[in-house]
Design a protein around this ligand. Structure first.
Ligand SMILES: C[S@@+](CC[C@H](N)C(=O)[O-])C[C@H]1O[C@@H](n2cnc3c(N)ncnc32)[C@H](O)[C@@H]1O
Length: 266
């Protein structure tokens, strides 16, 4: 399935920043607790974006590791390289399209991570089989993605504002079902771990900032939802009114992120 999606650097960084400021928990700490981190290990972070997970791995291992971050988006890779250089980290960032054969040898990596991205692959079994191929026997694949109850409040507010139900995302709505099944078919041992993180907004503004940084990306995917007489800003205005009403009524908006972590062993 071809999914028309391109992440923008500003939207991705805005969402990461909102999670940092308003989240009750830290997803990278959860990830590091789950993973068998060992000094000297070789890690490939597929769809690394601006390098968030690469930096967490590097810090956890005190730099005693070989990390490669790969992504299809040149702008995000440039941002990752810039941040890496600033921190004097030795991390390699390269271009890779996960819809094509990976330019790595068989059995190269102890760990592959792929956070919030696998569902954009055109042919999930192909991408997962490439991951399997380049992981060492006994090595791990770790992926993350949204579970069905993820950010329910976000959808509730948009539905109340527009009177319309947002269609399921073509990619991420399959994370806990078709994608989990595909990993189970390819890897011998697969566990699913759940991470819940309530984001608490005492005013509507950060929720609206999150909504913009999320909807601008989803807009292309929800073409039908946004087509019609109303423009994007008209819809945002309605969402703003509902969000303000919720804050007035409840004193806050709590949006809980529910993330699945798939941990598979080769
Ligand atoms: C939501 S971002 C997640 C980035 C990063 N893993 C994080 O959690 O901050 C999704 C990433 O998938 C990347 N991506 C989308 N399609 C891709 C493809 N065909 N090959 C490699 N990366 C891709 C995007 O460029 C973007 O960086």
């Amino acid at each position: 399935m071809k999914i028309d999606y391109k992440e923008t650097t500003s939207d991705l960084l805005a969402r990461i920043d909102i999670h940092d400021k308003f989240g009750g928990r830290n997803i990278d700490e959860w990830m590091l607790d789950l993973l068998p981190m060992k000094k000297g290990m070789k890690i490939l972070d597929v769809a690394c974006g601006a390098g968030k997970q690469c930096f967490s791995f590097y810090n956890e291992l005190g730099g005693d590791c070989a990390i490669t971050g790969v992504d299809v988006n040149a702008e995000l890779l440039a941002k990752a390289r810039q941040q890496s250089k600033k921190n004097e980290y030795a991390i390699e960032f390269d271009s890779l399209d996960f819809n094509k054969a990976f330019d790595f040898d068989d059995d190269e990596f102890d760990l592959i991570s792929c956070c919030f991205a696998i569902y954009y692959a055109e042919d999930i079994p192909f991408t997962i089989s490439e991951m399997l191929r380049v992981i060492k026997p006994g090595g791990k694949l770790f992926t993350t993605g949204p579970m069905p109850k993820n950010k329910k409040v976000f959808y509730d507010i948009i539905r109340e504002a527009t009177g319309k139900v947002i269609p399921p995302m073509p990619g991420s709505s399959r994370y806990g079902s078709a994608i989990l099944d595909a990993v189970r078919k390819t890897f011998k041992k697969v566990d699913l771990e759940i991470f819940e993180n309530p984001l608490t907004f005492m005013t509507a503004e950060p929720f609206l900032e999150y909504t913009r940084a999320s909807l601008s990306e989803d807009r292309k995917l929800w073409a039908d939802f946004f087509s019609g007489n109303e423009g994007f800003e008209d819809i945002i205005k309605k969402i703003t009114d509902v969000a303000n009403r919720w804050v007035k009524r409840d004193g806050k908006i709590v949006m809980t992120k529910v993330v699945g972590g798939i941990l598979a062993t080769k």
